[in-house]
Structures are given as C-alpha cells and as structure tokens.
Ligand binder design. Sequence first.
Ligand SMILES: Nc1ncnc2c1ncn2[C@@H]1O[C@H](COP(=O)(O)OP(=O)(O)OP(=O)(O)O)[C@@H](O)[C@H]1O
Ligand SMILES: [Mg+2]
Length: 300
Amino acid sequence: MSKSFLSIEQLTQRYPDGQGGEFTVFENASFGIEKGEFVCILGHSGCGKSTIMNILAGLSDPTSGVVKMDGFEVSGPSLDRGVVFQNYSLLPWLSALKNVTFGVAARFPQWDKAKVIAHSTAFLAKVGLSGDTIHRKPSQLSGGMRQRVSIARAFANEPKLLLLDEPFGALDALTRGTIQDELIKVWSDTDQTVFMITHDIDEAILLADRILLMTNGPMAQVAESVEITIPRPRNRTSIVEHPNYYAIRNHLVQFLGKRSSELSGQSGDNNRPINVRIDLTGDADTDDPDPAPLLRAVEG
Ligand SMILES: Nc1ncnc2c1ncn2[C@@H]1O[C@H](COP(=O)(O)OP(=O)(O)OP(=O)(O)O)[C@@H](O)[C@H]1O
Ligand SMILES: [Mg+2]
C-alpha cells in the first residue's frame, strides 16, 4: 500500500474545541490511491472530507501524519495538484479563456502564446465551451458555465492529481448530469488521478473506480473502500440496469444511514479501510441458469 501513487499515512487532525480543549476530526487515517484512479469519498457533513482534501492539496498541514505523492512528501500547494472547489473560484477580472491560459502559461513556461491559447481553447471545448463564450468574464457566465471553466482550468494544467470538493453541489440536476459526462470524458482522455468529494451516491457510482466511506465525526475514519464493479464506459441511463448497481447502492445507503454513526468514534492505531467488492454477475461462463450471487468483503 505504501507504494501507491498517493499514500496517506497515519493522518490525524485535531482542532481547538473553543473551550480550552481540542477535538479530533480523524485519527491515524491511512489509505492509498493508484495512478489514474478516480476515487470518490462519501461521508456526512462535518466528518472531515474537506479537511483531508485541503491537506492533500497542501493548503493546510495535518496535526500529524504524512501524505506522499510519487514517493515525495506533500508540503505546500503545487502545480502538480489541481483543486476545484464548489464555489468556482475563478478570477473575476479575467475572461474564461484567460482564467485557463493564466495557469497553463505558469505550468508550461516554455510554450509560446499561441500554444498556450490553443491548449486552453481545446480544454474549454472538451467541456462544451467555445466561440464568444470563452471571451466572457465569470460574471457574464451561468453557474454551470463557470464550473465548466473551473474543470477545464484544472485539467488543462495537467496536474498529477486533481482534487474536486463537491464541484457540482451548486448545480441543477440537468447541468450536473452534462458536466459529469464531460468530466468523465476529459478524465478518460488523460492519465490523471482524481480524488473527489461528493454528497451524491449516484454521482459517485457513475464516476468512481472506488468509493471511500467515512464514518461520522468527531474521530471519523475512512472505514471502507468499495470497488465499483461496473465496467466503463458507463452511462447514467443504462448503469441502473447493471446487476451490481442496486447492490452497491444499497450497501452505500446502509453505510451512510446506519453504520457511519454506529462505527463513529472507533479509532485505532492505523486505520486502513476494509476493501469491499460486491459482484452479483457471477461467472459469465457458467451454464447455471441461477448462479449464486457473489458477495465478497475482503480485508484490506
Ligand atoms: N480551521 C478549523 N478550525 C477548527 N475546526 C475546523 C476547521 N476546519 C474544519 N473544522 C472542523 O472540522 C470538522 C470537519 O470539517 P470539514 O470541513 O472537513 O467537513 P466536511 O466533511 O468537508 O463537511 P461538509 O460535507 O459539510 O463539507 C468540522 O467539525 C469542522 O467544524
Ligand atoms: Mg466539505
């Protein structure tokens, strides 16, 4: 596990509780993410998801523990790690295009202006933005368009790790669906590793290779790593017909509804998530008309 592309080791975060003491958000959390993986994290509000992400981004330091990317300890923000927040965070005085070229020019200083513009325009096109739109400022764009610019900007920088904190939280369901598709398209075209926070179970199943489940805080832990055993390409309308879909979904709902609170506060010395693999498809080669469903939970 320590050889993972991204390795989170014994991460602990404590904050002052405002009454002279302190409270533990999470303790000794350890998990890994492989290169090119798309990992979502689900957990109730306040369990510490954004705290983990801010540490991965290098925007804040944990109380103890280390994060290593490609074998090197993460310290401080870097162009190797791109972040997309829920609230767009575009530079308001720059056009959509310039919001993208700004980072690309910093990331690839050897490129001339024409190459920077061509590269940025191509990434904006991947998320459905072209023509006059890309010359508008953020205040002249809709919420969905702004979030598309944020995603294009993050991917155009070609970071080794992309961190997304509820990037679609403020969007209506239709726009959300379109941008989810665009995100998957951009991700499949690149070799980027994505770590994404979401509150939306269906979004997580559609997008992720693996879903990490967090128990409730304080003393939260990353309790399970659920493999999404549904082949790609996935499509929001047909995915529900896959035999594993509802089995996985029910497992996630059960966790968030029940076990996230039951397991809360149970912290150990080295909290690695249990690997859960749910596969009801059975053996494709078998002639048995009613094969016994496979339901495996394997200790990681
Ligand atoms: N700078 C800080 N100082 C003190 N407490 C903090 C600080 N940042 C976060 N917390 C606390 O840490 C806990 C985890 O916060 P965090 O923002 O990581 O939760 P979250 O899982 O992202 O929640 P949400 O789903 O609502 O975004 C909360 O109890 C929060 O109040
Ligand atoms: Mg958060």
